[in-house]
Structure formats: C-alpha cells, structure tokens
Design a protein around this ligand. Structure first.
Ligand SMILES: Cc1cc2nc3c(=O)[nH]c(=O)nc-3n(C[C@H](O)[C@H](O)[C@H](O)COP(=O)(O)OP(=O)(O)OC[C@H]3O[C@@H](n4cnc5c(N)ncnc54)[C@H](O)[C@@H]3O)c2cc1C
Length: 385
C-alpha cells in the first residue's frame, strides 16, 4: 500500500503473494496443527531463491536490500509466520557474513547459502538470559590455530534443520567491559562436540524447529571467525537493526491477515438482521486495525529505507519492532473477537495468528528491551545542554 515501491519491489510483492495464495495458505494449517516441518514449502522457497534474499548477486543471491526483505517477509508471514523463521535467522547470518566476513568466507559460504544447501541459524540467547547479551557465557578459548568452544545456546530457531550457526561466544573473559570480549563464530553442526540437545515444544510458531545447542570441547577453526575477534557485540548490534526490521515485517504480515480475514468475515456474518460489519462496535475494531497496520507499515518502511541508506537506525528499527508487534498482537485479539466462537476454533487460522503474534513481542529483544534501546538513543540525541 505504499505508492513509492519500485518496479522490482512491486514485482517481488506480486510473486511472493502468488506463492503464498496458491501454495502456503492451502497447506499451512495442516503443517501447523501437526507441528510438522513444512519440507515441501521449504523446497519451493529454495527454488524461488528466497534463501538468497540478502546474498549479493555476485555470490549467486537475489541481492535484496532491507526493503526487499521487508516485502518478502510480510508476504510470507501473511500466509504463515513460521516460514519467515526458516529464512529469517538464515538471512541475518548472510547479512553478517557479507558485511563483516572476509572475501574467502564470502566466496565459500554465500553461494551455498543462496542455494539453500547451507541453512543457518543464529545463537545468541543462553539459558541464563537473552536480554543481557553482553553477559553471555559460552566460551571460545584460543588453542593452536583455532578455538575450543564450551557452553550452550537456548531457544535457537532452525536448531534441527540448520547446517551452520552464527554463534556468539566469549573470546576475552578479561576484557575491561563484558561486551568487548565477544566474537562471532560460524559453526557447522557436524563439528565434533556440537549437538542439538533438545527440541522445544511451543505455543505457536509451529513447524519451524526450536531447540538448545550444546558445545562440549568443540574445536572450531580460526577461519570460522566472522569479522574481528572481540568485536562481535558491535557486529551483532548492527545485525539486530536488520533483525528488528525483519520482525516488524513479520508483524505486518500477521496484522494484514487479521484485518483481511476480519473485514471479509464481518460482511458475511449476520446478527440482528444485518452483517456484523454494520454494527458500530465491529466497525471501530476494523478501523483501528487498519489504522494501526498503516502506521506500523510506515514505521517499518522508514526504518528499512534508513538502513538501506547506510545510516544508523537502531532507534527507528526499535520503534518499528515495538509498535508493529504490539499492534499485530492487538489485531490478533480483535480478530478473534470479530470472529466470535469461530475465532477460537482451529478450523480457521485466526487462533494461530494470536499464538504467533505474541512471540514477536518476545523475540529479537523483548518489547521492553526495545523501549530501553529507544530511550537510550533519545537521550543521546537530545542532550540537556
Ligand atoms: C520461539 C523462539 C525462538 C527464538 N529464536 C532465537 C534464535 O534463533 N536465536 C537466539 O539467539 N534467540 C532466540 N530466541 C530467544 C529470544 O530472543 C529471547 O527469548 C528474548 O531475547 C528474551 O530473552 P529471555 O527469554 O532470556 O528473557 P529474559 O532476558 O530473562 O527477560 C525476562 C523478562 O525480563 C525483562 N527484562 C530483562 N531485562 C530487563 C531490563 N534491563 N529492564 C526491563 N526489563 C527487563 C524482559 O523484557 C522480559 O520481560 C527465541 C525465543 C523464542 C521463544
């Protein structure tokens, strides 16, 4: 609904929308209710080149920018949010690798990532805490030409299906500030000492696998270090701008699903002699849903365009993530109310939107953490003297 989309962006939107309408929406509920990994849809996403979204064309990818990722993500999430999990952290790793990796690493990994042969996840969170990233404890001790990694990562998306993980590790426990001793290693799951210790069952976000990764004296070659040693925290913060824009786009997709399904249902369902769309209580919900969707879209597009201009956008990405995910969660509640009893029944996807939307307020930094990021940046931008 943005008049400023380029021809490429409009074609991308139309292409993904067609895939979602024809292939995702008809099968999403079947996979989701069985909590089954949607292998046929993942295979199609490979064919369609979605795994290479953020991989430059020079390495065989689609060479999309943040706006491209927003469009792709919103359209997929309109059909089923879990599909955005399969390519979400994969795309974050591709972005980090392209931005901070060296040429040898780009040449070795990016083409395989674009083809979806190499499928990535990202390991930041630990069982003891996710919000305080600087306090992470997984250690990587220098030994010979590489590292010995010990520790674990919790709630990791693509745990069972990923072949490689961008893992945040502590390389300098003696650093003057904790965030200065962190690095990023790209770890293959076939490394001895690397295992997925358990699968975690969830409220929503079904089908996509979430688990715990454990590293026991896992030897990692130094060639797997992404970017500079002990600069991982700064690299991660830059990647999280992209990550938060991507999560805001997932929220746009769920929010749009809630609105589109509700506005249709409200015209079909009749009570007291007329369609419920003619009752003011329903009209107010539809109006608020559409208005908050438009506001969320403007914030998300603004953050993406800033990112694409090369400017810092932690404030804008944080605002987009906070607003869009809160708005989607509220919209999913209203969608249930508009659908009455049917909203709560698994025959319709409405209850799924509700179970999926709430995750977006937690993942990629909880919404209260976004508020802290936003406030910190506001104080920086508006000094008292
Ligand atoms: C389905 C799912 C998939 C995920 N996928 C991944 C993944 O692929 N990779 C990955 O690394 N992580 C992943 N996560 C982890 C997710 O990013 C974390 O759950 C999230 O960042 C919160 O961390 P936590 O769960 O440790 O909560 P905590 O950090 O323990 O926070 C608990 C509560 O305290 C609040 N809080 C904490 N600190 C503060 C503070 N300073 N001020 C105010 N309030 C505060 C939080 O807002 C929250 O409400 C996933 C999580 C889920 C549920």
């Amino acid at each position: 609904m943005d008049g400023q989309l380029t021809e490429f962006q409009r074609a991308l939107e139309a292409g993904v929308r067609q895939f979602v309408q024809q292939e995702v929406i008809p099968s999403a509920s079947r996979f989701e209710h069985a909590d089954e990994y949607p292998q046929p849809l993942v295979d199609r996403m490979k064919e369609l080149g979605y795994f290479g979204a953020l991989v430059p064309e020079a390495y065989g990818g689609a060479g999309m920018d943040a706006m491209g990722l927003v469009i792709l993500t919103e359209e997929l999430a309109r059909g089923w949010m879990s599909l955005t999990g399969v390519i979400g952290s994969h795309s974050m790793v591709a972005w980090m690798l392209n931005r901070f990796g060296n040429e040898d690493q780009r040449r070795e990994w990016l083409p395989r990532m674009a083809r979806g042969e190499m499928r990535c996840g990202i390991g930041i969170t630990e069982a003891d805490g996710g919000s305080d990233v600087a306090a992470l404890r997984t250690s990587a001790r220098r030994e010979g030409t590489g590292y010995i990694v010990n520790g674990s990562k919790m709630f990791i998306t693509n745990s069972e299906k990923g072949t490689h993980f961008g893992v945040m590790v502590r390389t300098n426990p003696a650093a003057d500030k904790p965030h200065r001793g962190i690095s990023c290693l790209l770890m293959g799951r076939d490394l001895p000492g690397f295992r997925v210790s358990r699968h975690l069952d969830k409220l929503g976000y079904k089908g996509v696998r979430t688990g715990e990764l454990v590293f026991e004296n896992c030897a990692v070659p130094a060639s797997c270090l992404i970017g500079e040693e002990n600069r991982g925290f700064q690299q991660l913060m830059a990647s999280l701008e992209m990550g938060r824009i991507q999560v805001a786009s997932r929220a746009l997709g769920i929010h749009r699903a809630c609105f589109e399904d509700s506005v249709r249902y409200a015209q079909q369902r009749r009570t007291m002699g007329k369609p419920i769309a003619e009752h003011q209580a329903i009209q107010i919900k539809l109006a608020d849903m559409a208005t908050s969707l438009e506001a969320a879209r403007q914030l998300t597009y603004h953050a993406a365009r800033l990112k694409d201009s090369g400017r810092r956008c932690d404030l804008e990405a944080g605002m987009a993530k906070l607003f869009a995910t809160d708005a989607a969660q509220r919209a999913s509640e209203w969608a249930i109310h508009i659908h009455g009893g049917y909203g709560y029944i698994k025959e319709l996807p409405i209850e799924r939107y509700y179970r999926d939307a709430i995750l977006l307020q937690v993942g990629e930094g909880t919404n209260d953490i976004q508020r802290l990021v936003i406030a910190r940046r506001l104080v920086e931008k508006h000094p008292a003297s």
